[in-house]
Design a protein. Structure first.
Length: 83
């Protein structure tokens, strides 16, 4: 596994990381690694998101299984305003 070294970290940022790690009972390195995993998108994650997006698009484009005359959102708003 590769190693990452970071130099010239501003002291306020380092202190915030230290407090955050301490509150979770972790090392600063473990906390930084968790933050990177949560916020840096990998190629695998991009593929997973594209797959999910495609599945959602397919669901959205399918016709509704319910049949019948349903009013449009505009018609329902007008009806509510007339009450």
């Amino acid at each position: 596994m590769p190693t990452l070294y970071v130099e010239n970290v501003p002291s306020d940022l380092y202190e915030a990381l230290r407090k955050r790690a301490q509150s979770k009972r972790k090392s600063i390195a473990a906390e930084v690694l968790e933050l990177l995993q949560d916020h840096v998108v990998t190629e695998d994650e991009i593929k997973r998101r594209k797959k999910i997006f495609g599945e959602l698009q397919e669901i959205r484009l399918k016709p509704s299984p319910r049949k019948g005359p349903f009013p449009s959102a505009e018609e329902m708003l007008r009806e509510d305003r007339e009450r």
